[in-house]
Ligand binder design. Structure first.
Ligand code: NZQ
Ligand code: ZN
Length: 390
């Protein structure tokens, strides 16, 4: 560990089949006015809405609702939610859903008392809140983003074709508490489950494929990836396997709760390209990452050869004996590709709705970061997108 860093994660997590009851411990800590935030209705079908409402009522809360938060929440929806939270004079924002709902709640939290336009302030100028923010609690129903224990909030501006994430610097923007019951994820469609699994895997890769120093974070990352590979294969065959689903849920949290990025640089270019694809196609987040990953990793492999070799040996158990470093590294990516195909992930952006006519715009919408093994230029992004089109 060569870098200087601070580590603080104040989110209190309640995990397991009985986790929801802990709302009885958390709700009394906040005022009586709660805004319940949820998505398109899955929580009404699977009973989570009723269970949460019962606990809110039992704790004497006055509840207003923001419903219909869509996957990849939009700026227009954010403006709507800010007004609801203001009108209700909310003391607590309770998000019940996946990453979209949790991210959205954080975006409302920093905007309710903000005098400026949140898009301009937080997403274009990347400023931090200088107003009071509202506490957020989260009941997680979809696994992947890590939003339950981080300060990220991704919002899509459909007018300008921009999908931008702001990871707030102040840990008070992280949910104050999060309820993680693996059973709540059992009603997820298979496609969402595997998209979430790939999102987790890629979060780890984004933090792993950077730097050359010997770093504790990289060893933790390898353990998380091995656990995820093992359990994803079980869950893919047997989605109702509680043990596998609970391990996946816990791995997702650790993959992006700031721990494995401490003391090192990080890459995040798969997310930058994937988010730009998402801004044009509105495709499922994890699928956009899957569809661009292999062209990206094969492109940067020569610049980070040592790490790609280590990835092949430590994560994919490739035997390096008698092979060149490059052959070992490429075998690792081939093993990753066959795992991705086994899960049924999107392997190109065409199947997500992208076409040739969008590529220039997607390349323009891609933020170019320099923490990885090779800083891409726009032409390289375009080449990766062409390759990803399949
Ligand atoms: O809206 P409902 O009806 O609830 O349906 C949702 C939605 O259609 C459904 N779903 C969720 N839980 C379910 C369920 N269906 C049945 N049973 C359940 N238990 O799943 C669909 C997808 O939900 P969503 O919340 O959109 O998925 P996810 O958790 O992948 O979140 C994606 C968003 O998070 C952002 C993404 O960009 C995207 O906007 N990210 C946030 C990050 C962060 N905070 O750090 C990092 C990530 O890289 C990511 O960018
Ligand atoms: Zn992600």
């Amino acid at each position: 560990m060569l870098g200087n860093f601070t580590y603080c994660n104040p989110t209190k997590l309640y995990f397991g089949a009985d986790a929801l009851q802990n709302l009885n411990l958390e709700l009394p800590r906040y005022g009586s006015r709660v805004v319940l935030i949820y998505g398109g209705g899955s929580i009404k079908k699977n009973g989570i809405y009723d269970a949460v409402m019962e606990l809110l009522r039992a704790n004497g809360k006055e509840v207003a609702e923001i419903s219909g938060v869509m996957p990849n929440p939009t700026l227009a929806k954010l403006y709507e939610g800010i007004e609801i939270a203001r009108a209700h004079q909310a003391d607590l924002l309770l998000a019940v859903g996946g990453g979209s709902v949790c991210d959205y709640a954080k975006a409302v939290s920093v905007s309710v008392h903000c005098q400026e336009d949140p898009w301009q302030k937080y997403y274009l100028r990347f400023e931090e809140p200088d107003c009071e923010t509202l506490p957020v609690g989260c009941v997680l129903t979809m696994v992947g983003t890590g939003s339950e224990m981080n300060a990220g909030a991704v919002i899509t501006n459909t007018e300008t074709h921009q999908k931008i994430g702001h990871v707030f610097a102040d840990e008070k923007i992280m949910p104050r508490f999060a309820i993680l019951n693996p059973n709540y994820t059992m009603t997820l469609p298979h496609r969402q489950m595997v998209a979430g699994i790939y999102d987790i895997f890629n979060h780890i890769c984004e933090q792993y494929f950077s730097g050359t120093d010997d770093n504790t974070s990289d060893y933790i990352s390898e353990g998380l990836m091995r656990s995820l590979l093992h359990d994803s294969r079980i869950a893919n065959r047997d989605p109702h396997n509680y043990e596998a689903r609970s391990n996946i849920m816990w791995t997702a949290t650790w993959a992006l709760n700031t721990l494995v990025s401490r003391g090192k640089t990080t890459d995040w270019m798969v997310h930058m390209i994937g988010q730009a694809v998402g801004a044009y196609t509105n495709a499922t987040h994890g699928m956009t990452l899957a569809a661009v990953s292999l062209p990206y990793y094969r492109h940067i492999l020569p610049y980070g050869l040592e790490k790609f070799k280590r990835f092949a040996v430590e994560v994919w158990k490739i035997d390096p004996a008698g092979k060149t470093d490059e052959a070992v590294a490429r075998e690792g990516l081939a093993a990753m590709e066959s795992w991705m195909r086994e899960l049924g992930l999107a392997m190109n952006i065409r199947e997500l709705g992208a076409d040739e006519g969008m590529l220039e715009g997607i390349a323009d919408a891609t933020l170019l970061l320099d923490g990885g093994y090779k800083k891409l230029d726009r032409a390289e992004v375009l080449a990766i997108l062409k390759e990803s089109l399949g």
